[in-house]
Structure formats: structure tokens, C-alpha cells
Design a protein around this ligand. Sequence first.
Ligand code: UPG
Ligand code: MN
Length: 769
Amino acid sequence: MGTNTPTNEKPPTAAAKSYTPLFETNRRSTKSQLLNKLFAATVLLGICSIWFYRFTHPAPTTHRWVWVGALFAEIWFGLYWVLTQAGRWDPVFRSTHKDRLAAAHPDRSLPRVDVFVCTADHTIEPPILVVNTVLSLVAYDYPPDKLAVYLSDDGASEFTLYAMLEAARFAGSWVGFCRRFDVEPRSPEAYFAAAAGEKSEGGGGGGGWEEELVAVKKQYEEMKDRIESATQMGRIPEDALLQHKEAFSHWDGNNKYSWRRDHPTILHVNPPPADGVNGSSLHLPTLVYLAREKRPQHHHNFKAGAMNALIRVSSKISNAPILLNLDCDMYSNDPSTLRDALCFFMDDRKNHDVAFLQLPQMFDNVTKNDIYGSSLLVISRVEFPGLDSFGGPMYIGSGCFHRRDVLCGRDFDPNGSKLDWTNYGRDHEHTVEQLEREAKPLADIASDHNTLWGTEMGLKYGCPVEDVITGLSIQCKGWKSMYFDPKREAFLGKAPTTWPQTLVQHKRWSEGDFQIVLSRFSPAWYASGRISIGLQMMYLCYCLWAPNCLAVLYYSIIPSLCLLKGIPKLTCSSINHNLLLQISSPWVLPFAYAVAAKYLYSLAEFLCSGGTILGWWNEQRTWLYKRTCSYLFAFVDTILKTMGFGESGFVITAKVADEDVARRYDKEIMEFGVSSPMFNILATIAMLNLFSLSGVVVRCLVAKDGVGVRVVFDDMGLQLLLCGALVLINWPLYHAVFFRKDKGRMPGSVTATALVSALVVCTSFVFLY
Ligand SMILES: O=c1ccn([C@@H]2O[C@H](COP(=O)(O)OP(=O)(O)O[C@H]3O[C@H](CO)[C@@H](O)[C@H](O)[C@H]3O)[C@@H](O)[C@H]2O)c(=O)[nH]1
Ligand SMILES: [Mn+2]
């Protein structure tokens, strides 16, 4: 996509000579930008001519609603396309100078960093996965006395605490090994897997690496065994109970069923040995376990509540000016990421308005052709760099660095919003007991309920995408954000591995995003004048995912039904209308151009972002399924919620699958498996298109004189194409319905429901309408 050239940011003046930038900003070459814009202009022309066609061929008297639907869908798709162009207007790409950072700020003058890891359920977020993340963070290449890792456990699980304590013990050996051989990545599980395939970087070159690897791996496996068997047997080993009597005492005699929703704050600070691990020179960061207080009568506000408790508690313990937020499945893949991030926050000239720095969310379990389109490639590689030029990307949760003061509600002052490092941190004259005693009440409900937390301070409450709404409210104050997509992925997490997970995750996202449009911070009006128009357009683009379902549902159902019934024309007294255009009509050209150009461009973007052709095709299916299911449910639920019915929840995505499912996932076989209302809709639409297509084919075959065939192709050619494309993209679904025998197939009940519903819809449309 063109070459990158550095932008000319303000020519250096004499006074500014001593300033050395810590990061670089690159833009596409003027030529490639111009070409891109010209191309966009031609597509826009195509879109306008489609609109023009509709308006100059006014509503017919018969089948009027079909016409109205098509008009609505075409306007929607056209406008939506315009919104997406903002993300492609002027992308910027950032790179860092860690060497300059090191020269300007020796380790002892680096600011503290607090890392927050959130977990919420030890059954779907296994403790061993969580501690792999924790260990990868503890092993950051950063002065240990400046780093603290906090684990928030909304599941209040003794097994997660046990796992963390085990990890703290193992950390000495692990970090030592990592430092000595400079290994990457620093999540033990990921490293050992890579080392086994001899793909590991660093290390390999002798110096006792192999022996040490065997030893540290053995220790790790033993620890993993202990953690997993404790979880399986539902019992913490005696020796651990004895050693950490105080910490585990909270679980004595608790009621297993209500515990998660009803328990006091549990805070356990695990300070590193002051004189180094086993008296060596190796020091480790502080590790903290927190399960904030929960009571059934108080809403806990999901991850936002957990994050706010962490912000408060950490302010007493380490009080770092920079916070990093990670989900429990996202381990650090690059030990130098903290230094990368600081290049942005510590750049002398450009740091005064940067509130947060978002890094892309990448996943280590995505298969080659990404069957669920979960890698977010185009968003990460194309759209977020695009947002960055308009004031910065959204805050999307995991992988985001924040300035503590801004996240805590600091207003933007154009004359002085610089971060003063020196006011932060606290020295450890306190004993651990003192620290725990002081910090603990801050995670109690009393410190949160009826306070400014969740409204003016911290992450916002009441929205399933707490991250996006929080980021938007910060940007609306005048703060900027930045996006940094490093060459080596900074974090790797777990993407959903089944259709139900994928669809439910997108329901949460699109529901949350749509709520933002209707909220106080609406990007449609509140943000006007507060953030740039380009950014506003892109916020709308994401926040209007949910209502997208209407136009897509229309396009995937009505033209096919009309095809089946044989309605090519919508007649009005004098003019002939076509539902979709007639193939021989000159108007087909701009229509075909706009559609083809849009899809080819999207394919090119996908390939340039590192995807495969099949991956792109899979992503198109995912978009279709998300739009017809997740977004529909999100849309309906949001409307109901605004009318006062129901509340939106937070369904946590499972990070493990049973063996059978995992095996199919690795083979890129789609997983349906359970019956769900979402599948009923998907399968019904798929069947309906199959029936329509077969119906037409049969009709052509029985038409003796060939007239029927000609009419079908000429008058309904586009409908036929659309229906054919829908059948093609649904292929794996038919396969799962009709042919598969494994557990991941479409359940019989869904199949039956879909067949009956599609049959009823088709016959009643053909015979009754
Ligand atoms: O009551 C809760 C619910 C969730 N979580 C944590 O929130 C994180 C995200 O949950 P997950 O189920 O993995 O959702 P994703 O859709 O994968 O997460 C993305 O979307 C979320 C917003 O919907 C953001 O919060 C996340 O950071 C972002 O990675 C996980 O670490 C959970 O443990 C909590 O701490 N408390
Ligand atoms: Mn996740």
C-alpha cells in the first residue's frame, strides 16, 4: 500500500535543537494517498448513481415496500461506506527509538508502571493460562522495583490465588532464565512450545541454555501439575494452606454457590524478597492478588468495576503514573514493550496531550485461514492507523497503556497537561501488612458505590464496552490517544474458537457500541466539535454495527424470495422498475462497479494486512453471520433496554475448548454444536436461499422454449447472483446441517426448525403475498 515517508513535522528551530524525538510518525507517500482518494471518488460516483437511479424511478404501486426496503438498504450501505472512508483517509504509522529513551532516561529515572490483569472465572479462564500471562509480565525487561503486576479476580477463586502464589515462587527461576538467555516470548507455555519446535529466538546459542531449559521446564511442568490437579480436585494442597494461612482463610466454610457474588475483599500482596531471589542479584516486581468485595445487592459493573478497584488499590501500593491493562489471556510477547510505550509518554514535546496508547490485539490461536474472522486484521492494520491521524484510536481494552491521572478524571489543559513523574510512586517503608491494611478498604463496595467512580473517575459503568465509552469520554475532553503497531506483536491472546463464542462476543461489542450512540457521550452529537470529524465518523462506523442488521437482513432475504416468486419488476403506471437492476440496463454498470470495487479493495486490504484469500472469504461469512445474528440481537436488546426492559450483561468468552472442539478448530472445521436462537436465524436464512436458488433452477429447467431462462437471467440476473453468492458463502453451514456426523455439526433441532421456517416463509411468500 505504498511506501512510507517521514512527515515533516515542524522544522527544528534553534531553541529546539536539544530535543530528540523518541518516536517517529510516518505517512503514506503523497502519490499513493492521491491514488487512494481518486479511487474512493470513483466508488462514490458509483454509489451516487445508484441513489440517482432509485430517486428517478419513483415508488411503484405494486410491491411498494420491496422498493422502499431496497431504497433504505442502498442509502444505508452507501452512507456506511462513506463513514468507513475516514479510516482510510490518512493513516499514520509510528515507530519508537528505545535507544534514545535509554540515553535520555537511565533505568533509575524511569517511571513506575502498574500492570492490571483481569480474570473472572477459573472454569473458562484456567488459572494456568492466567499465570502464564502474569509470568510473561513479571519477566518484562524493566527495573523490577518500578514494576508491579496486579491480578484482579472477579471469580474470587482460591485456585487462581493458589496459582498466583505458585507462579510467584516459580518466577525466580523463570525470570532468571529469561534474563540470562534473553528469551522471547516470556510466557513459559508459549516459549516452551516454540522451543520444542526450535523456533525460539534467543537462547539457542549454548552457554548452558539446553541444560537450563530442561531444568526450568521441569519446574514449570511440576507447577502446572500442582495447579491443575488442585483445580480438578477442588482442593488446595495442605502445605500451601499452611504457608498462606491468612490469605486462604477467607475461603473457610464459604458457601460455594453464592460465594462469587457475595464475599469480602481479598487482597494479597506478594512482595519480592528484598535481598534478591535466593540472595542473588535477581530482583522481581511486586505481585498483587485482588478479589474486590461483591454483594448481591450491589451491581459490580463487570470489568469496569474491577479496573476501578485496581486503580484505587494500586494507588496505595505502587501508585505508578502509567497503567497497562491486559485481559488474562493476553501474554506479553515482547519483553521490551514497556520501553516502547514510554517512548510515547516521555517524548518531551509531544507527550503533553497523550492520554492513552493502544496496541493491537493479536491472537496466537488463530488458524491460517481464520475461520471465524477473529483476527481483526483490517481493523488493526488499516483502520486504527487511520484513526490515529484524527486524534487517536479508541480504547479497546486489553493492550492499552493509560496515564493514571487522566484515567482518574484529570481535565485537559492546553497550557499544561504534562505528566509530572516525580509526584508518583511511594517508597516501601511500609510493611506488607500495613500496605494490605491500608489498601484493602479501597476495594470495598463503600469506596465505589455512590462515589464519582464509574461516572467522573475511572472506567465508565453501565456499558458492555466499558473501554470504548471511557476512551471516547477522555478524547472528548481534548486528550489525544495514539496507536502503535510494533513489528513483533506485543501481546497475544485467545480468539474465540466456535461460532457461538464468536457470535456472542460480537453481540456484546455491537450492543455496547450501539448503546454509546444513544448515551450521553454519543459520537453522533456529544462528540461533535469535541473530536475531529474523521474520528467522529469512525466512532459512528463502529457504533452503528448493530443497526447494520436491518439492511443486511433485507438484502439476504427479500431479493431471494422475489427471485423465487419471480418478481423481477415492480410495476408502476409508466415506468418499469426492477427490484435489483436489469442486467441489460445501463444502470447496472455503476452498480456493478461500486460493488466489485468495494469487494476487491477489501480483498486487497486484507491481503496487505497479512491475510489469505480464503481467510478473506471466511471473514465475509463472519460479517454476514454477525450482521444477521449478533447485530440483530444486539439491536433488539438495546432498543428494549432503552425502553426500560432488561439489562445488558457481560458473557465472558471461554479461553479453552475441550479436546474434540480444539482438534476440529485446528483442522479449520466450523463448530456449531449447540442449539441457539442465533443458529435458528442463520440456518433459516441459509435454507431460504437454498430453496430460492433451487426453485429458480427447477423453473429454468422445465421452461421449454428458453424464454423462462432468458427472463430469469436478464431481469433477475442480479438477484440470481446475490442468491448464488449467499448459497456459496453458506456452504460450510449446509455441510454442517446435512452431511456432518461429528459433535460440531448443526444440532438436529436447529435443522428442523430452519427447514420448517424457511419452507413456511417461502410458500407463504410465493402463494399468499
Ligand atoms: O465481570 C467481569 C467480566 C469480565 N472481566 C474480564 O474482562 C476481560 C475481557 O473479557 P472477555 O470475555 O475476554 O471479552 P473480550 O470480548 O475478549 O474482551 C474485549 O472486549 C471487552 C469489552 O467488551 C474488553 O473489556 C476487553 O479488554 C477486550 O479484550 C477478561 O479478562 C475478563 O476476565 C472481568 O474482570 N470481570
Ligand atoms: Mn478475550
